[in-house]
Write a protein that binds this ligand. Structure first.
Ligand code: HEC
Length: 118
C-alpha cells in the first residue's frame, strides 16, 4: 500500500464511529457534553435540542449552533471561542446576563462538541 492509500484508509477508519461521535474536526465527547449541559443547569436559561426542560427564553435557544457565524453577538463561531464563552462569558462581555458557572475545560469542550453537532 502506498502512503496516500494509507492516509485514505486512516481517514475512512476515523470517520466511521458511532452516531454520538462529534463530526470530524471537533474535539471532545458530544454524548458526555449533553449530560454536562444538563448537569450545569444551562437548560435553566437556554432551550437545547435533545436536553429536556421547560420553555425558557433567558438566553437564545442553543440550536443550529454550527450554522451561526457569530456567537454571543461578538465572537467568531468556532469551537475554541465557544469553549471560552461557556467557561467565562463575563470576561468576554462584562454586561452579559450569563453567569460564570465554573465549567471545567473538559466539560466545556464536550458541551461545545454537542452544541456544534446538534
Ligand atoms: C442565568 C441564565 C443563563 C445560564 C444558566 C446560561 N446561560 Fe448561556 N446565555 C445567557 C444569556 C442571557 C446569553 C446571551 C448573551 C449575549 O448574547 O450577550 C447567553 C448566551 C449563550 C451562548 C451564545 C448563544 C448565541 O446565541 O450566540 C452560548 C453558546 C451559551 N450561552 C451557552 C451556555 C451554556 C453551555 C450554559 C451552561 C454551562 C449556559 N449558557 C448557561 C444566559 C444563561
Amino acid at each position: 500500500m502506498n502512503r496516500l492509500a494509507l492516509v485514505l484508509a486512516a481517514i475512512l477508519l476515523a470517520s466511521c464511529g458511532d452516531a454520538n461521535r462529534a463530526p470530524a474536526g471537533l474535539q471532545g465527547d458530544a454524548a458526555r457534553g449533553r449530560i454536562a449541559l444538563a448537569q450545569y443547569g444551562c437548560r435553566a436559561c437556554h432551550m437545547i435540542p435533545g436536553v429536556t426542560g421547560s420553555k425558557v427564553y433567558v438566553g437564545r435557544p442553543l440550536e443550529d449552533m454550527a450554522k451561526r457565524p457569530i456567537i454571543a453577538g461578538t465572537l467568531a463561531n468556532n469551537q475554541a471561542n465557544l469553549v471560552r464563552w461557556i467557561r467565562d462569558p463575563q470576561a468576554i462581555d462584562p454586561q452579559t446576563a450569563m453567569p460564570v458557572l465554573g465549567v471545567s475545560e473538559r466539560d466545556a469542550v464536550d458541551m461545545s462538541a454537542y452544541l456544534l453537532s446538534h
